[in-house]
Design a protein around this ligand. Sequence first.
Ligand code: SAH
Ligand code: SF4
Length: 416
Amino acid sequence: MADTTLMTIPGQVDPVPVARDITPREDGRIDLIGLPRLRIRDLFAEAGLDPRQAKLRSKQVFHWLYHRGVTEFDAMTDISKNMRPWLTERFVIGRPNVSEAQHSNDGTRKWLLKTDDGHEFEMVFIPDADRGTLCVSSQVGCTLNCTFCHTGTMRLVRNLTPGEIVGQVMLARDALGEWPKGKMDFGFADDESEEAQAEYRADGRLLTNIVMMGMGEPLYNFEHVRDALKLVMDGEGLALSRRRITLSTSGVIPMMERCAAEIGVNLAVSLHAVTKPVRDEIVPLNKKYGIEDLLQACADYPKASNARRITFEYVMLKDKNDSDADAHELVRLIKHYDLPAKVNLIPFNPWPGADYECSDPDRIRAFSNIIFDAGISAPVRTPRGRDIDAACGQLKTSAQKKSRAERDREAAAASD
Ligand code: SAH
Ligand code: SF4
């Protein structure tokens, strides 16, 4: 694995190798994508600009990066012609490398991406009538080994950098052709070209929502996910409202409070079971952070974050977690903790070698009805992009798969 440091994080596999926040490049230049505005200013100053210039140039560059999506300093028409090569010598504007792009017959798109040091991860775009959702990865693989999840069987795990995380959103905008064209009118444009005089437009976008539900456990890569989402929410950055962003966690309780305070996006919690034995089996992290504590942390989340409600994700596994009694217990728990909650029922997406089957449609409907009858919304999510293995839990690159024995050993070690 390339240049990494170790960061102590709560969890059963501890520590996880954490990439530096900037992946070093062979040519020595620094990739600006993923860096906060003030860091860019400081880098410009360190490279020799006086403080006033560093401030002005960083503001201009930041705007070109995130509002216009340019990938060349030469395209920054309000920056003087001799300044542009100076920037090009020292900095780059990166994107994740695309190994493969696939299009499902239902419109879903999946990209297999690669970091500069050769790790593969995936991102998925799901278009709907009224919205377009980008499913973003936070790690290469996942250490948590949920038994129904394909990503959890990947041997290799590395946290993604803020640049690699926000880079997914940038790349999706590139692919969807969603950067506004025309004049960037914020005070210091000195460009007379036709393109610069055209109207600046940013409406009617396809990509409207972001879910941190790709590969990995985002709360095991908290700081990088936070820094990336700050750029996504920054009014001068990608300017997406935090109401349109959802972070999904399998229940890393110690990080949920920080998520509320420091990111404040909507939270989805992968509950998947209502009893200790079943959740211990399918979400092994439950042995460390149990259901009661998790639900209490969920009850605290909206107060601390201003998010309106929590979404519980519940994967429907035949004869495992899908009985009427399970549904009634789920309702009881939600009421007991007085949770402003919605439940998303996810039909299990099978993958080769998985030990589970999806519940029958009638069973899923009956389960959903019990929850709806108690006044709690419980829609059944339609699997999307199954033909290109882009559906929930199917994300797994060609990286080597762990053996069943290895997974059992890790699950046993986690319960110690
Ligand atoms: N690690 C985070 C986010 C990524 S997983 C988490 O677990 O919440 C995104 C969602 O897909 C989770 O709810 C996860 O439980 C679900 N999922 C994983 N494998 C699945 C499968 N095979 N079928 C259906 N949903 C699955
Ligand atoms: Fe990791 Fe989420 Fe998959 Fe569990 S469901 S293994 S936490 S990605």
